[in-house]
Ligand binder design. Structure first.
Ligand SMILES: Nc1ncnc2c1ncn2[C@@H]1O[C@H](COP(=O)(O)OP(=O)(O)OP(=O)(O)O)[C@@H](O)[C@H]1O
Length: 596
């Protein structure tokens, strides 16, 4: 499969796509339907009993008979209330189970496309999809899908019974029911558009808030707090406008619904009264006709409230499905794990790769190798393709031309899981979770013992600074590891990699300047991590570059030069120029090429 990322716009009928998930829980779905029918049926029975009691009271039977009816009525009312409670219980049980499934599918979708898709979407927007959009679909599962079935069954049932008294009131009720059912369809296009714009704006607002909170230090440092607040106010106003537009349309739907219900009810009463006047219907049937009409309209009125939310449900579910149905960036189809362990020999052979079909190639025929146990430093200007090499070696994407191989096997023929067993990375922008130092290290191997974690920490020189932390290894690192310095975060990442203990290591060196002590500790940790491993080092500091066995200079996705530091300096080509321009800036401890 092509390495270029593809995005899926989500299903064309997202609400219908929500329905099959209900069938995954047939018992709960059946109970929700049953409890809904019971709640409405008992409600109708209570109303009919009331009518009967009124009739008995008017015709004046003995108090004994009335008290029997009264106790029957009490029983029915209590049973109807219990049935309604049971319906709410099972409907929400079903809904929350489905929401949990949906969230898991969302994470699966994100994982399939990581990191390509994540890079194209804002964190706050994605978080909004996982939380608010999924939550919106709760309306559908708890208050819509099965309620619609109940409403249809009760409405049709009541109308059929009504027809036994006289077909004309039944026809009137039927016509108004059909009109009511079509109300959400009249403005469906507008509801869809407005729902989409509303959910999108909610996503953007969420993304802006997360952006602002994460970048608060920069906003304060550069005195841009007021600008940010203004931006948030503008976005909030846009959201408000969209909510108002949505509310206006939904208000129209509500008014039309109310009008149809009142109109339908009045029409039935008028028709029934005319039939009674014309002696076509007995006056004694009047209460029954009224109750059956109320029963037919009641559940339909109940669901019209959620029908007005369909615009938002459609938009939210489309956003959810867009993520959960992501096709994987790379496919494991046709791959096979090797029978013998592979040699940790990495080769890039004429590799061509673009992130998107219309983008310039990030790698354009790159060829180099990292022999077993060797350390190769990848150097080059920003955008030369260094991180892309790391992405391809981890098989986050597949090459579009040429091949990346480990031990002679094309990575496209290896399952991703197998590649993760061979290769590990210490990234430049280390992500630490808001958990303890110990837990962050243990991410490298969750089943590692405390002793193994401590050993890895020792070798990665984490132990040196952990003593100074308030709770030692149990100190919580803060969000994104905010409690630690950049160098300390990298050392934790190296400890993770050491614990993971894979034969191939990608080390993406941090560009930021560290103090001398941190720098030395990090350098020592890197030296330890490289021992006995095939290492691809994305290097920025002259000291690190010089420590490599060989250096590969990338320029615009091609290998411009390769050799040892001394060979390349002597050649006075791309490497020498690069050092003169770039490395001298980032490396304050080392000499420029002229001094080397
Ligand atoms: N996820 C991505 N989606 C689209 N284009 C990308 C992506 N990542 C990198 N690129 C593009 O690919 C090219 C190579 O980028 P790459 O990150 O490999 O360079 P680099 O040498 O690692 O740069 P730096 O030293 O600044 O990290 C650049 O033009 C970059 O804009």
């Amino acid at each position: 499969m092509s390495g270029a990322p593809t995005t899926d716009a989500g299903p064309r009928r997202p609400v219908l796509a929500l329905v099959p998930m209900v069938f995954g829980h047939p018992v709960l779905a059946g109970l929700t339907l049953l409890s809904g029918l019971l709640a409405h049926g008992l409600g109708i029975a209570a109303a009919a009993t009331t009518a009967w009691m009124v009739g008995e009271a008017v015709t004046g039977p003995g108090p004994t008979s009335l008290s029997t009816i009264f106790w029957m009525l009490v029983l029915l009312v209590v049973a109807a209330a219990l049935a309604r409670w049971w319906q709410m219980w099972v409907a929400h049980d079903l809904a929350y189970r489905l929401l949990a499934t949906m969230r898991i599918r969302l994470f699966d979708g994100l994982e399939r496309r990581a990191p390509g898709f994540l890079l194209g979407r804002r964190t706050g927007d994605l978080a909004g999809t996982v939380t608010a959009d999924v939550e919106t679909t709760e309306w559908f599962y708890a208050h819509t899908v099965i309620d619609y079935a109940v409403a249809a069954l009760v409405a049709v049932g009541s109308t059929v019974v009504l027809a036994f008294f006289h077909p004309l009131p039944a026809v009137v009720v039927g016509v108004f029911l059909i009109l009511l059912a079509t109300v959400p369809v009249w403005l469906a296009g507008q509801a869809d558009r407005q729902g989409r714009r509303l959910r999108e704006e909610l996503g953007v607002l969420g993304a802006e808030v997360v952006d602002g909170v994460q970048g608060m230090r920069e906003l304060v440092t550069f005195g841009r707090g007021a600008d940010y607040a203004r931006r948030l106010r503008e976005r909030t106003r846009t959201l408000q406008d969209r909510q108002l537009a949505y509310g206006r349309r939904s208000g129209i739907e509500q008014a039309v619904t109310d009008g149809l219900v009142s109109g339908g009810f009045t029409a039935v009463l008028v028709v029934t009264a005319l039939l009674v006047a014309a002696d076509d219907l007995s006056p004694a049937t009047l209460p029954a006709v009224v109750i059956l009409s109320v029963s037919a309209f009641g559940p339909v009125v109940d669901v019209t409230g959620t029908a007005r939310a369909l615009g938002q449900i459609r938009a939210a579910s489309r956003r959810v499905f867009t993520v959960s149905r992501q096709r994987p960036a790379v496919s494991d189809a046709g791959t096979r794990a090797p029978e013998e362990p592979l040699t940790a020999h990495v080769k890039f052979e004429d590799v061509r790769f673009s992130y998107t079909p219309d983008a310039a190639p990030a790698l354009d025929g790159a060829t180099f190798e990292v022999r077993p146990g060797e350390t190769v430093a990848l150097v080059g200007h920003s955008g030369a393709g260094k991180s892309t090499c790391a992405n391809l070696l981890l098989r986050f994407w597949d090459t579009q031309g040429g091949a990346v191989t480990i031990g002679g096997r094309d990575l496209r023929s290896l399952p991703q899981r197998h590649i993760r067993d061979l290769v590990t990375i210490v990234p430049q922008d280390v992500y630490l979770f808001n958990r303890s130092v110990k837990e962050n290290i243990r991410l490298g191997r969750p089943d590692a013992t405390d002793r193994e974690v401590a050993e890895a920490a020792e070798r990665a020189r984490v132990a040196e600074f952990v003593g100074g932390l308030p709770d030692g290894y149990d100190t919580v690192c803060g969000e994104r590891g905010a409690q630690l310095s950049g160098g300390q975060r990298q050392r934790v990442a190296i400890a993770r990699a050491l614990l993971r203990d894979r034969p191939i290591l990608i080390l993406d060196e941090a560009v930021s300047n560290l103090d001398a002590e941190n720098e030395e500790a990090l350098r020592a940790a890197v030296r330890t991590a490289r021992q006995g491993r095939t290492t691809l080092l994305i290097a920025h500091r002259l000291s690190t570059i010089r420590s490599a066995d060989r250096i590969v200079v990338l320029d615009k996705g091609r290998v411009a030069e390769q050799g040892t530091h001394d060979e390349l300096v002597a050649a006075n080509g791309a490497y020498a120029r690069l050092l003169a321009r770039q490395v001298g800036v980032t490396d304050e401890n080392d000499a420029s090429p002229r001094r080397s």
